[in-house]
Design a binder for this molecule. Sequence first.
Ligand SMILES: Cc1cc2nc3c(=O)[nH]c(=O)nc-3n(C[C@H](O)[C@H](O)[C@H](O)COP(=O)(O)O)c2cc1C
Length: 227
Amino acid sequence: MMVVNDSKIWRVSRRDFLVLSAGLITAMTLGGASGARISHAADIKFPEGKCGGEKNMEKRVLIAYASKYGSTGGVADAIGKELCSKGVAADVVLIKNANNISSYQGVIIGSAIYMGKWMSEAVDFVKENKDILCKVPVAYFLVGMTLARPTEENRAKALSYMDPILKAVPEIKPVGIGTFAGTMDYNNLSWINKKILKSKGTPEGDFRDWNEIRAWAREPVYAKLVR
Ligand SMILES: Cc1cc2nc3c(=O)[nH]c(=O)nc-3n(C[C@H](O)[C@H](O)[C@H](O)COP(=O)(O)O)c2cc1C
């Protein structure tokens, strides 16, 4: 898949800091886990690309994602590649680049979690395209560090991050909700975020479980969304 660079550094205002402090205290229960080494800010990439589509009869699926540091793009890319290997035409794009939504037979929307929430552009995308999304099978996924320690409690917490969007757009009933562990690289963060996350015991590393992500792409996504 084609890869584009669009690096962004996230900073917080004083107000954001207060919200962040409160959000992190309540939203995250982390620590005690270890992940693989990860790349740093200069390497941040947001994968986008297409595969398949040569045969007219293929089903075409959109995988649109929101991300600050790229790890959610890696998850979207892996989902796209898995679907392609099953003969589905898949377009992986950042949400801001998603268009012609009605031309797809299925849509997967994913976002990184910040302060216990899907990123606003993902929420806005679902709300703005509600009428189109209601007519096709849809799946949601999230990527967050809560799942670096995949206890039952943390799995339930991660799933609850989806409640606001499920309540805001109840007409869309996703065929699946994927909850995946993400990455943490303190080198990418402002000093204040680094301090807060470290104080919460957030482990550094790449916790994405590619087998789990590919398995989700097969079931329920391939099985229920495009088959
Ligand atoms: C300031 C900040 C707040 C975060 N808040 C949460 C959170 O509330 N819950 C969670 O599971 N992960 C949280 N994370 C971890 C991110 O979701 C994780 O790093 C994810 O992989 C980022 O995805 P991205 O690389 O696509 O932006 C937070 C990370 C940062 C830097």
